[in-house]
Design a protein. Structure first.
Length: 478
């Protein structure tokens, strides 16, 4: 049950410890400027409509938008290679625009939130080449409709986002920005010309959306690189600014991809620029140091973060978990817990965690009081009830161990009575937890506890024997 107990603690503070998903830009589930949100932008399309996409349309391998973009790009490249025109800023802004057009072309007219029937209209006869099922970020299931140059991700028949698989030009946004910076350098009036910033921001936003879509498709490592490129646009000579959110998301994606060194580097970059995301940079960085085996630096990071953000629940939970794991400085732990409870009095997990701390310190009465408090704060919160039963059961186990060593018959009998009393007390919270939970692992563990208790008392009354059979049959899957 110890593994479940550890999971319980982690689960109870998930909302406090989870790093925030990428935010900002065109929206987490928006396409290139399209509306965000599943189910938005039109009626739900059915599976038959998606299946019908195969074979629909013409056999043309490229849409007109792609062909037009290629022609415009070829012309702009030729002009930039002309010695007479290459000295003019306008030549390079035109080249930048052409690369942006090339980037947009494969997904031109697409709108997130559209049903497949509308998508077929938007794509003007382009033919789908296949349909597959894929799991995206956070386990989200998608039906992916593939075309010659892009994959469209649908949920419940509605277009969620897309990823271009065959661009008109490789690294089009990189080249668009390089051309824009070249134009900026050649234009003596660039500093007062707002169009440069507008173009740079447009490239930035396209990179951001591309990074978000890549993340949603399940490729965190590539998304991290795209967020880094997004930040580089802001840091260029045209905008000359620090894109804190893009750098933060680059760190977040690197951590998700398992590249801790890169994630640490990016979080440090955020800190150097004074961006802490309400303390999440400290807590996320501490988690990375801990994963690297550097507990000392992890702790110092949390303490530094707490000094700056004393109300950050993520930092508080990080500190609390440290003190629980190391069993050091309990007074400091309880001060932190009481601060957390004052800031978030409806968070039942904080009272449960305090109860668990008291249990570890051997103060069982205080632990039971706080487990009850967590249930009072939130009657649907199972872990206070569950761990109340576990505490009684653990006390029974401790008493049984003492009894096994006792040679005096009278004292032995008294210990057995105490043992039975703890087991009797454990029944009510365990029964309640069994009925409350929908988690099969927890339900199974509780049933195992109850089976053992009722087996001990099976000859005491028919009700105990029936209860034993109930939980024994549950565990056997009957």
């Amino acid at each position: 049950m110890k593994k479940i107990l550890l999971f319980v603690l982690a689960s109870s503070v998930t909302m406090l410890t989870m790093a925030q998903p990428p935010m900002g830009g065109g929206g987490m589930r928006g396409g290139m400027g399209g509306p965000g949100g599943p189910g938005g932008g039109g009626p739900q399309g059915g599976g038959n409509t998606i299946s019908a996409a195969i074979g629909a349309g013409t056999n043309a391998s490229e849409a007109k938008a792609v062909l037009d973009a290629k022609k415009a790009l070829d012309k702009a490249i030729a002009n930039s290679q002309n010695s007479g025109k290459a000295a003019k800023a306008a030549t390079w802004t035109a080249l930048s625009d052409a690369y942006v057009k090339a980037f947009d072309a494969p997904a031109q007219n697409l709108l997130a939130g559209s049903p497949m029937s509308d998508v077929n209209v938007f794509l003007k006869g382009q033919k789908a080449t296949g349909i597959s099922n894929k799991e995206g970020a956070e386990g989200t299931p998608y039906e992916v409709v593939s075309y010659d140059n892009k994959d469209l991700y649908f949920r419940n028949g509605v277009l969620d986002f897309w990823v271009v698989t065959k661009p008109v030009a490789e690294n089009a946004l990189d080249k668009a920005f390089d051309a824009l910076e070249k134009a900026y350098s050649l234009d003596p009036k660039a500093a007062t010309n707002k169009s440069y910033a507008e173009k740079a921001n447009a490239i930035h936003d396209k990179y951001y959306d591309d990074a978000v879509n890549t993340y949603l498709a399940g490729n965190a490592a590539e998304a991290s690189k795209l967020f880094e490129k997004t930040a580089a646009i802001s840091a260029g000579k045209v905008l000359n600014s620090f894109d804190s959110l893009a750098v933060y998301n680059s760190a977040l994606m690197s951590a998700m991809a398992g590249d801790r060194a890169r994630a640490i580097e990016k979080y440090k970059e955020c800190m150097a620029k004074g961006f802490f995301n309400d303390g999440n940079v400290f807590s996320n960085l501490a988690d990375l140091y801990k994963a690297e085996g550097d507990a000392e630096t992890a702790m110092k990071t949390l303490e530094d973060g707490f000094t700056r953000f004393p109300n950050s629940q993520a930092i508080l939970v990080g500190l609390i978990n440290h003190y629980l794991e190391t069993n050091t400085e309990p007074d400091k732990l309880f001060t932190l817990l009481h601060n957390a409870q004052a800031n978030d009095p409806t968070n039942a997990s904080l009272f449960y965690v305090e109860g668990d701390a008291y249990k570890k310190l051997g103060d069982y009465e205080k632990a039971l009081e706080l487990y009850d408090k967590s249930s009072t704060v939130d009657p649907s919160y199972i872990y206070g009830v569950l761990n109340k039963g576990i505490l009684y059961y653990d006390q029974a186990v401790e008493t049984q161990e003492k009894a096994s060593l006792e040679l005096d018959d009278a004292k032995y009998a008294k210990l057995v009575d105490e043992l039975n009393g703890y087991l009797e007390k454990a029944i009510e919270p365990f029964e309640k937890a069994f009925e409350m939970t929908k988690d099969n692992d927890i339900k199974t563990a509780v049933a195992d506890y109850l089976k053992n208790i009722y087996y001990r008392f099976r000859d005491k009354a028919d009700s105990y024997k029936e209860a034993y059979e109930k939980y024994n049959n549950f565990l056997k899957g009957e």
